[in-house]
Design a protein around this ligand. Structure first.
Ligand SMILES: Cc1ncc(COP(=O)(O)O)c(C=O)c1O
Length: 366
């Protein structure tokens, strides 16, 4: 029997997610010293995890024989205190990616529609298609979510609406007032998912809690992968109504978040000073990158996140050339932006290296 004939049609037509290449892979492929390679491709935190999170993770590893707390009790407790919500108003996932998948499990099937910006974080579309639902992609306007057009795209089949702010891959935001107004406009049969993976880098992120407490169907997504520097451990979460989180908790695996990640996330929340320092350094790195590229005559999109879109002409060619110099960045042709690259803000030295390399490549072009 042909296995493909056994698989669900949505699996066969599923587009494949292409993650940024790991350092070791690129080193082997190009014969480079892995220590000389800089990865600025996946919007990770170049300053690493907080030392407190690292210590907590090491300690948790010593009890590696035990299953983790399947309910993430302590973490939900701490998140509840941090946000002024009940622990029952949180769903913790193996990265916020898993929470996006849980939304698919809980809500999506054939005939359903999901409204999302385009381009926006690709996992919304991948999960939508995997569950046999239709992705209704609404083009960005001036690089930002066109919330009026998104509201107009909602119909009786719409189950979920994704707003990503700051948006990946553009780094742009919609204002808090715009997002709150949009949330109030949505009909009650729709769940608004506000993906705030990069919200810590923003000064005026919207506070959705009053609307959540008033009974609106809203799930805000957060992650420990970015400003908290714990991407490898895979932990993220959503907060919303107790009812919504109970539904999502039903469809997750019993031990979906490992104990090391839980311990590190807890400790990271106790080291807000470290997170604040990372935000400060990243913001100054963003200015360094943007001004560096602009001096070279390269167009950039004003970003509020820890990455920057830069227009380089032939994105694939410049990506390859940078990679040969040991600099891994993100081509975004798959987001419909073949002339652009998405570059994560690194440390000051890393940013200088990428600006210098780009200067060389721009000179070669002229
Ligand atoms: C907008 C956005 N949401 C969610 C995620 C997923 O983050 P994680 O699964 O690591 O929590 C990412 C990762 O790059 C992202 O850019």
């Amino acid at each position: 029997m042909n296995l493909s004939a056994l698989a669900k049609p949505a699996v066969l037509s599923q587009p494949v997610y292409e993650p940024g290449k790991p350092i070791e892979y690129v080193a082997r492929e190009l014969g480079l010293d892995p220590n000389s390679i800089i990865k600025l491709a996946s919007n990770e935190n170049p300053f690493g995890p907080s030392p407190k999170a690292l210590a907590a993770a090491k300690l948790a590893l010593e009890r590696g024989e035990l299953y983790p707390d399947g309910g993430c009790y302590a973490l939900r407790q701490k998140l509840g205190e941090r946000w002024g919500l009940q622990p029952s108003q949180f769903i913790v996932g193996n990265g916020s990616n898993e929470v996006i998948e849980l939304l698919g499990h809980a809500f999506l099937g054939a005939g359903d529609e999901v409204v999302m910006g385009s381009p926006a974080f690709v996992v919304y579309k991948l999960v939508t298609l995997l569950f046999g639902a239709k992705a209704v992609e609404v083009p960005l306007r001036d690089w930002r979510h066109d919330l009026d057009a998104m509201a107009a795209a909602v119909n009786s089949r719409t189950k979920l609406v994704y707003v990503c702010s700051p948006n990946n891959p553009t780094g742009t935001t919609n204002s808090a007032e715009e997002i709150l107004g949009f949330a109030r406009r949505l009909p009650s049969h729709v769940v608004l998912v506000l993906d705030e993976a990069y919200a810590e880098y923003v000064e005026h992120a919207p506070d959705m809690r009053p609307l959540i407490q008033a009974g609106r169907n809203i799930l805000c997504l957060r992650t420990f992968s970015k400003v908290y520097g714990l991407a490898s451990l895979r932990v993220g979460y959503g907060y919303g109504s107790e009812e919504l989180c109970a539904l999502l908790n039903r469809v997750r695996q019993p031990f979906n978040v490992n104990a090391i990640a839980q311990a590190a996330a807890l400790a990271a929340l106790d080291d807000l000073e470290f997170a604040a320092k990372c935000v400060r350094e990243t913001k100054s790195g963003l200015v360094q990158l943007a001004t560096g590229f602009q001096r070279l005559g390269l167009e950039t999109v004003p970003s509020c996140a820890n990455f920057l879109l830069v227009r380089v002409g032939d994105g694939a060619k410049i990506f390859e050339a940078l990679q040969k110099r040991g600099l891994i960045v993100r081509p975004v042709a798959s987001y419909g932006l073949p002339e652009w690259l998405r570059i994560t803000v690194g440390t000051h030295d890393q940013n200088s290296r990428i600006i210098d390399a780009m200067a060389e490549l721009v000179l070669q072009r002229t």
